[in-house]
Design a protein around this ligand. Sequence first.
Ligand code: CTP
Ligand code: MG
Length: 397
Amino acid sequence: MGAGVIIAAAGSGERLGLNQNKILLPLDGVPILVRSIKAFTVYPWVKEIIVVVREEDYRMIQGMLEQWQIKAQLAIGGPRRQDSVAAGIAALRPDLKWVFIHDAARPLVEPGIIAEAYSQVQEHQAVGVAVPVKDTIKLVDEERFVVGTPPRPRLWAIQTPQVFSSGLIKKAYKRAQRENWEATDDCSLVELLGVKVKLILGSYGNIKITTAEDLDIADAIIGKRSGVDTMDMEKFLESRSVRVGIGCDVHRLVANRPLILGGVTLDYHLGLEGHSDADAAVHALMDALLGAAGLGDIGRHFPDTDPRYKGISSIVFLEQVTEKLNQLGCAVGNADLVIVAQQPRLAGYTAQMKRNLAKAMKIPESRINIKATTTEGLGFCGRGEGIAAWATVTVLC
Ligand code: CTP
Ligand code: MG
């Protein structure tokens, strides 16, 4: 179980015009290849990393991995990227369920994207990271006369990582070899099999170092990200403190109000009374987040005397709290919630609540946990007079 990662590093970097493989070059003191690998080493579910290299770079890269204390296997690549990835796949441990394929030449991939790709592949089997193209694209003939203009809103530029169920990607590569399919990315081979590929939104910062100006752009991006650099996640985490927050909220159950919890409208004859939508679960969560970041509480940020907030969805507040945290350079770690309600039964709603909260906090659902409990008829919750919610969170600052 878990995932294997194939890092394609066996190119020659011809378009960069130096007489060495571009992925060996340093960016702010750290080799491009090291940055690309380190983006994956923090995840406990990454069980194996295969770096596919050229024969002539083998020893150099072996030394580099030792120097940077990276545990990875090396495999020898082939003439085309596709051949190199095939060699990587052949070298993978057979028991892994998922396979990430990533270009060594994309050292700036953000950790959130990798986590999101892993979460999505559980559902879709084939996931590519991509961004909408910004330029209008022209299709040309050999003499560079325009033969067509595909509609831009439907064009996405594919990046890496791309991640697949291991059975699927092995099948695609086997067929490609047998039928001489050629492709410059891995999703293409899965598409040729007739299997649907899901794209998730990557970032424009996840550039592929290809030509000389990309080095300057990468330097600028690294400078800008200062402190939130993906190059060394362990170091990143070390340099940050993990902060814990707690939140609690209670609202009274009344007639003629919808019952909204975790951004979901529940089927119940009473609803929670309050100025906004009175979503006690989201309020508890927001208080926990603000508390962890040392930012006070929701009353301070969203006073219930403000007419702008009347009847508003608390999910909007949660998005704003997340934004505030992100602006401070903080990232949400995980969240655990308890909702205390004698009635209605919440079990059928918690999956949707998780989806809502994950989206608002921009973290994978896997980092959110929601529990529901009754109080055996005791107290105001037990008598059905109100609903209470508790939340604890971690925040990396
Ligand atoms: N790659 C590979 N094996 C090859 C060719 C490319 O593993 N035979 C890898 C590169 O090392 C790179 C990624 O695939 O990390 C994307 O390829 P590209 O950006 O084209 O890199 P190069 O082929 O090295 O560059 P160029 O095309 O300019 O020579
Ligand atoms: Mg190439």
